[in-house]
Design a protein around this ligand. Sequence first.
Ligand code: NAD
Length: 418
Amino acid sequence: MRMGDSELPAHEAVNLYLEEAADLIELSDEMRGALERPAREIAVQIPVRLDTGEIRMVRGYRVQHNDSRGPFKGGIRYHPTVDLSEVRALASLMTWKTAIVDIPFGGAKGGVEIDPGELSVPELERMTRRFTLMISSDLGPYRDIPAPDVNTDAQVMAWIMDEYSDRAGYSPAVVTGKPLSLGGAPGRERATGLGAVFVLDEFLLHHHLQLIGSRVAIQGFGNVGRAMAWELFRRGARVTAVSDVTGGLHDPGGLDVPSICDHIDGGAPLNTFTDADPIDNDTLLTLECDVLAPAALGPVITSDNAAEVKAKVVLEAANHPVTPGADRLLAERGITVLPDVLVNAGGVTGSYFEWTQNIQQFTWKAERFEQELEDRLRLAYREVHAKADQYHSSLRGAAFAIGLTRVAEATRIRGYLS
Ligand code: NAD
């Protein structure tokens, strides 16, 4: 992946966006200081017993950014590049995201510095259980609720829930993104990708444009990228490129997304699909298309390659895929960026629906889940759009301004700063 001005620590990049939004809403210096920094940072060294009998020490983090509007909430990722600055940035993004879609959560994030591909399933389970144990006093259905992120899935959530429940009693609401048999919600798995499509569609409607026939290039074909590709294909958009860590596929006429999914589900790597041209991950970002959707890791659009982006719209399905320098360059070139804090908020919104059902011990039909998701994300887009018009700001500036206003109000009224 491209680097460039990504050397700005991730949490400082998020704070730049925060400062811009704080200027828009004329937030006091005192409140800025309080909201830029995480409430709590937990760093642990996890001993993992390998199948060989050896112990491997692995670093793990949980950063709890803000809980003024509700319990801390955010995913846990397993990746070798995880570091504290990135987890801080991701935790802060969660605080603004939950406020933008107006759900009763704060923001947190976790990460373990590991390539899970290097571990066997029993090793992964032991690591997950030990990590959970080490942070469990700071977790809880009304305290901090993890969810899946990069390289973690429903199985990992099941282990976290089981380990936590061992001590606290049966607690399905302590994590979201669980398997359906353990209180997971039908619809949660594809909620992030689906939510991104609702946001894109609402944007297009506002600009008298159509999803049908739009050319979309997607980087990342995991939970988010795949669900997005599937839904775009189903709605008649032309998915012209997809990629994952193995490489990419390109067809200007539109890829056959269901066949690619079948190919992967059969156990084959994405880049061995033969009914499309190969493309590398850097070239995918510079393809001629209507919508470019980074849905893997950040930051991939930097001041080094922003001038080469030919899309009309960048749909930030991943977290912080565009650096602040690139954001400015794209704006100067008239390319609209739909920001991560809005675009991928479908994931945490779906998590909210799952958590709600868990604590009420009442299940919704899948249709209700999807309808509520659609209503909330379309409304959130319209609010951000209206705020951008009011402030003559970017959509990102407006989204952060909405989030910041709501969090600052809750922080003030709870008397956090007194
Ligand atoms: P995932 O682990 O399911 O998938 C990640 C995808 O990215 C995989 O296809 C992987 O092969 C690909 N990838 C990894 N490294 C790559 C590289 N160097 N070049 C190209 N592709 C690469 O993760 P996910 O849950 O789909 O998350 C993707 C992004 O969406 C992350 O930024 C995550 O924080 C964000 N996000 C996820 C959720 C969620 O509900 N899962 C919610 C909000 C935001």
